[in-house]
Design a protein around this ligand. Sequence first.
Ligand SMILES: Nc1ncnc2c1ncn2[C@@H]1O[C@H](COP(=O)(O)OP(=O)(O)OP(=O)(O)O)[C@@H](O)[C@H]1O
Length: 627
Amino acid sequence: MIVKMGTVVVGGTKQNMSKEEILLQGKFELFPNEKSFYNVELRRTGITYYPVDGVKTNKSVKYLHFGDVIGCRCRKSLDQKHASKAYLTIFAYPLRKKLFSEKYVRFKNHVTFARNFDSTFDGNRKVVEQWRRVILHLCRQLPVHKKDVEKCSVPAKTKFLVLVNPHSGPGKAMQIYQKQVAPMLDEADIQVKLIQTDHAGHGMEMMKSINRTDYHGVVIVSGDGLIYEVINGLMSRVDWEDAIKLPIGCLPGGSGNALSCAINYSAGESVETDAVLHSTFILIKHRIIPMDLVLIQQPHQQVYSFLSVCWGLLADIDYESEKFRAIGEARFTLQAIRRILSLRKYRGKLSFLPVSEYIPKSSINNNSKIVNMSGRNRRVSLQSMENIEDHDDTQDVKVRSKSVPTHLHRGISESIDNEEMFEEQLTDIRESLPSNEFNPGNMSLEDSTENKRPEFSLSTEEMEISDDRNKSSVTMSNSVNSLQEVLKLSKTSNGEVPTMLPSLDDQLPDNWVTLEDDFVTICATYQTHLGSDVIMAPDARFSDGLIHLCIVRNGIQKTELIQIMGMLEKGSHVDHPSPFVELVKVLAFRLEPETSDSIIMVDGEKVDSTSLQAQVLPGLAKLMAIQ
Ligand SMILES: Nc1ncnc2c1ncn2[C@@H]1O[C@H](COP(=O)(O)OP(=O)(O)OP(=O)(O)O)[C@@H](O)[C@H]1O
């Protein structure tokens, strides 16, 4: 059985469910047909119900799974005829298979039971309220023991600050919020303080002064632009280290909703169909997940990015399509066609610190020459070798960089269970980092960045409590399993975000790779999606501690480029054999455009067209998501 919050069932079928211990059972009428009675049984994973006078068969038993339930409420009838009845409405959003497709989508299924065994409403309400309290616990994955059923109290309410950008995308964000989001948040009993931004920069200003403890999270209903503002507002504070722990949730309201698409994708929920419903469902059932940020440095500015850095073709498409934002996401497709027809090349230098040995794809394909340079950096130019000076030799060789030891990287990592090995690893890391800033004393063992799919989701508050509990139990051995842990941030003496990047004017260390070439585009992403139909880095995870670089070099045929762009919809471009397209996982990179007339976009925002360098900040932000 598939155990995905989204895709099918959390925990099992109704046959499995019926084997579980019954916590509560009773007879209820089923609204609106209030003539027949149903036996209703409440178990840990859900509710089953079947007609009292019918035969109990697999078909006649219906069930509601708590993985699909976002809340429930006790109600009274307005009709005097039913004044004594107490109603229990359960707000469920189960999945059903989409017509002519293998995909599953959620639909609204609200089930109401009525209780009328007592002559008074209060008498009936007492029973219904007990059911409600138990359901609220179980749909939030809070444990309920049979002996505690009677004492079960109403779980604490969650409070969100909701920011809506009325100008994002086609300008429908407020409408989306009021029509689709607000009713579901209400069903989940979530308190909301709603603010509509009234100018660009408003989100950033608010984050500079917000009291972090007033809310369990900030929810952004817009495109990616407002998320960028929120993150940079939080990071600009003196108490950035604490402020950035404010969990961020996002719902698609703009034309570029990349993060929201990545959240849906990660949860196994629909990205294309009813995206708002699925995003709101995830927001309600969320856990708090660490999310990498990327520090971006330019000569005159420093910003924090959660999504991407694009240069060349993809940056031009993003920037030049701004004027078509009224048509929503189609603006990207329209501009992509225009741009590919008049394809440009962009000369520059790209340097990066790879996480594993870098083997240039073109050399694998053996159709380009590679220059192994003397000097501090290895420079590789596949096309314009005449532009490279100071080289020793021109030869067909594989250029390998000394990379960060792969066994330190999560996913490839092996567990380290003794101090000796731990010390060895620290030595390796010290050697692999390009600066002397590494200081094991700075290691914070605060959050485990384990990418476990939660079986159940907890509310913000509950997660914060369990985070705290975890703190003491995280051991040094398991936290050093990954490089992210070693780079874990803690305040430097001057209160700034620590970085391992050299100054922009300084030469890069030996373990970086430098490519100097004519490029078509360079795109660094840290989320799976750049749009609902652009899966740029299908294997990216919110806190994998990686920057996923996609490098497209000049020389690629337009037809091949169009083919690859088409493959982005499924993320299958990663398997494309073109020697002009490379995907490299890195911890940091530096981009040096040769001229200053090209566009660079960071998270969909245009930045200066000057040199730029970036470094991943593992798990620094907190995201409301499921993975
Ligand atoms: N009330 C407002 N009026 C004008 N601009 C605003 C307002 N609120 C936010 N903004 C700005 O609008 C820009 C675009 O917002 P957002 O990303 O939400 O929408 P979008 O249409 O998807 O745009 P993008 O394609 O840039 O992601 C952001 O840079 C943000 O700073």
